[in-house]
Design a binder for this molecule. Structure first.
Ligand SMILES: [Zn+2]
Length: 281
């Protein structure tokens, strides 16, 4: 009985997540966390994972597998540190070996999957790496917003503002990723420097799971929305100093919230969900 209730809940969440972006509403659970340990061991016991379906047919198989697996990792349905293999993923997603390999290669590049002794594992949260990424983000984002102050056009800022307002009710990590709607990447794009934009995108990709622990709370999303609006307004005014300071404060606040949320999630994900690696060689 309990299992069937859980299965129905998972189906509802799955349907909510994979509607087209404009139809997609909020997750039917308060904090967005739908992960349950041990549910993805085999396809028969993994009803929460996204199997390929009729609606996905227009994408090539490798890209489709990538989208589905990435979505499950970002929404923490595949837990940090969880072991997996090509065979398990093939069965769970109903896709053959070659597309799964292609998807895994990309997920390794994105830092979401790591090679393990036997096969692969969903990348654990690397606390040391996260600290370094937040330091790096502060440097590249403040540089980018300073340049944006002199280069962004009113039309570009209008488009960003509109997208930011529209995305307030859109509360899935997949939607951020799929739509590229992250305000930080968009702001960096307004620097008109593609290397700064790519650097911010890379930081966002590598912190999105941890950020989701915070951003899944409506008050946290509302606070971020206010701060994002303030940054856009400062770019519009061309006030580079104030804009850089606003980004610095926002990045530090988000870092603090993320680290607190990770501490609080230690029991949920267990020891294998976390590593604290040395600085990258
Ligand atoms: Zn933000």
């Amino acid at each position: 009985m309990a299992l069937s209730v859980i299965w129905v809940c998972c189906r509802l969440i799955q349907e909510a997540l994979f509607k087209p972006p404009l139809e997609r509403g909020r997750l039917p659970c308060r904090n967005g966390l739908v992960y349950r340990r041990g549910m993805s061991k085999s396809p028969a016991t993994a009803p929460h994972l996204h199997r390929t379906g009729q609606n996905d047919r227009e994408q090539p198989l490798g890209a489709r597998a990538l989208t589905l697996i990435r979505g499950d990792i970002l929404a923490l349905r595949l837990a940090p540190g969880e072991a997996t293999s090509e065979r398990l993923l093939e069965a769970a997603y109903g896709v053959s070996r070659t597309p799964i390999r292609q998807a895994l290669a990309e997920l390794i590049r994105e830092g979401l999957v790591v090679r393990a002794e036997r096969g692969y594992a969903i990348a654990p949260f690397d606390l040391r790496q996260l600290e370094e990424i937040f330091e790096y983000r502060e440097v590249v984002e403040t540089a980018a917003i300073r340049m944006a102050c002199g280069r962004a056009t009113p039309a570009e800022l209008d488009a960003l503002q509109e997208a930011v307002d529209r995305s307030l009710g859109d509360s899935t990590p997949e939607s951020w990723f799929a739509a590229g709607l992250d305000v930080h990447v968009w702001l960096a794009e307004l620097s008109h420097n593609r290397f700064l934009r790519d650097a911010v995108q890379d930081c966002v990709n590598r912190t999105i799971r941890a950020r989701w622990l915070v951003a899944s709370s409506p008050p946290a999303r509302a606070a971020a929305h206010r701060e994002h609006n303030a940054m856009i307004a400062l770019v519009r005014q061309g006030d580079a100093e104030a804009a850089a300071e606003a980004v610095r404060r926002h990045t530090r606040d988000v870092r603090t919230q993320v680290m607190q949320a990770l501490e609080a999630s230690r029991r949920l994900f267990g020891a294998r969900g976390f590593v604290s690696g040395d600085s990258a060689a």
